[in-house]
Design a protein around this ligand. Structure first.
Ligand code: FES
Ligand code: FES
Length: 172
């Protein structure tokens, strides 16, 4: 490092929830810091900062990523989706609706990460089975719910998304 601004900062170009962002950022800025502190997207939470708890999960090009452990400069050219980008107007994403219907949250701190993790699975694999869901979600920690309502919510969302993406009868 030379100590010059060019050595410690870089321009990142990225789309966040469909919005094009171009910003000069410190090379050590994390994605969580970019989202929360620079873009005001505080739906993404941070806890362990060690890639252990899953609360900071966002999607980068459709894949779940720990935003606490990913550098913003590594996003360059990517598409980022956070919990704020899921709803379409007043229509919540099926995973969000299922979490509400199943009372799958108490304090809610873990919820955005859990929802983004579930979305990553079900957008690719609607109709995932309960054992697949359990295995996929096991890196996301929740201290309140005991996990059963979360499992119910994701299972219900999986069934609903499978039903809406299934080809019409006769086309199978
Ligand atoms: S805050 Fe990122 S994994 Fe825990
Ligand atoms: S609802 Fe409180 S940590 Fe999960």
């Amino acid at each position: 490092m030379t100590g010059s601004p060019a050595a410690t900062s870089t321009v990142v170009r990225v789309r966040v929830n469909g919005r094009a962002i171009e910003m000069l950022v410190p090379v050590r800025l994390t994605v969580a810091e970019l989202l929360r502190d620079r873009l005001g997207l505080t739906g993404t939470k941070v806890s362990c900062e060690m890639q252990v708890c899953g609360v900071c999960t966002v999607l980068v090009d459709g894949n779940p990523v720990s935003s606490c452990a990913t550098l913003a400069c590594d996003l360059h050219g990517s598409e980022v989706l956070t919990v704020e980008g899921l709803a379409r107007g007043r229509d919540l994403h099926p995973v969000q609706e299922a979490f509400m219907a199943a009372n799958a949250l108490q304090c809610g701190f873990c919820t955005p990460g859990l929802i983004m993790m579930a979305v990553a699975l079900l957008e690719d694999h609607p109709g995932a089975e309960p054992d697949e869901i359990r295995e996929w979600m096991d890196g996301n920690l929740c201290r309140c719910t005991g996990y059963a309502p979360i499992e119910t919510a994701v299972t219900v969302a999986a069934a609903r998304m499978a039903a809406t993406t299934a080809p019409p009868e006769g086309d199978q």
